[in-house]
Design a protein around this ligand. Structure first.
Ligand code: FES
Length: 161
């Protein structure tokens, strides 16, 4: 039996098969989720806030917990959409604002422009460039010096042991 899920702030009501994950709900609605780790519960790109209906979702597993601990914008109602399965009705999910980038090249391509929304790191969710800021080469160099984009290293860590 299908269960209803509401997406905020875009105010879309949709449904998913019982035990389907929240990620499939987002993807069904053509939301641009990077799925940087391939749905393995190891990145920030499917991070959502559950506004209500947390008890209608499967509980947080260990890997999800570990990843959530790394995400800078994590809250008590945070979940990873690829890990949370829908068991009941009434789930309301809020998508965090911002856009995930998965390489320095993504930022480099925006040099000379203002960020239309916060640019976020795909594993930590850290704000790399704030919305409205002009992206320059020195912005890029600063990010290069302070942030790692070696995503394979993040994903090869066996965080669930
Ligand atoms: S897609 Fe990476 S944690 Fe969900």
């Amino acid at each position: 039996m299908a269960k209803t899920v509401r997406l905020e702030p875009i105010a879309i009501e949709t449904s998913v098969e019982t035990n389907g994950n929240l990620l499939s709900v987002l993807l069904n609605k053509d939301l641009d989720v990077l799925k940087e780790c391939g749905g393995r519960g190891m990145c920030a790109t499917c991070h959502v806030y559950v506004q209500s209906g947390m008890d209608a979702l499967t509980p947080i597993n260990r890997r999800e917990q570990r990843t959530l601990e790394v995400i800078t914008s994590c809250n008590t109602n945070s979940r990873l959409a690829c890990q949370a399965r829908v068991l009941g009705n009434g789930v309301v999910v809020e998508l965090p604002p911002g856009m995930y980038v998965n390489s320095l090249q993504d930022i480099e391509a925006l040099i000379g422009r203002r960020a239309e929304q916060n640019l976020l790191h795909p594993v930590t969710g850290q704000v790399l460039v704030e919305a409205g800021k002009l992206i320059t080469r020195s912005t890029l160099n600063q990010i290069k010096d302070t942030t790692s984009f070696r995503l394979n290293e993040y994903f090869s860590q066996t965080r669930d042991v």
